[in-house]
Design a protein around this ligand. Structure first.
Ligand SMILES: [Zn+2]
Length: 101
């Protein structure tokens, strides 16, 4: 796996991705709504996986990974769940998809 993808996953696990929720948490004055769908908070997990604009891409990958509804699931918990359920090749593909999203 490319180093830039590993670094992205590591940064996402620590919420160091500049999503609106993360920027507001660091003091910026802005809305936390997702600018792509305007239907949810732009958390790290929402920005790279859960936003409805990615649903077709994510569904076509057919990883069979599901997460709880709502804005409470953290990216770290999601990727931990993926590490437990996916084989190495699927996990690597998932990481590339998350990075591309
Ligand atoms: Zn969205």
């Amino acid at each position: 796996m490319a180093l830039k993808i590993k670094m992205f996953i590591w940064r996402a696990c620590y919420d160091w991705v500049p999503t609106r929720c993360n920027l507001v948490a660091r003091g910026m004055k802005m809305t936390t709504d997702c600018p792509m769908c305007n239907q949810s908070l732009e958390t790290t997990l929402h920005a790279v996986w859960d936003c409805r604009i990615f649903k077709d891409v994510n569904k076509s990958c057919n990883f069979g990974v599901h997460m709880g509804k709502g804005n409470n699931t953290k990216f770290f918990d999601f990727i931990l769940n993926c590490f437990e359920k996916l084989n190495g090749a699927d996990l690597e593909l998932l990481c590339v998809v998350l990075w591309r999203n």
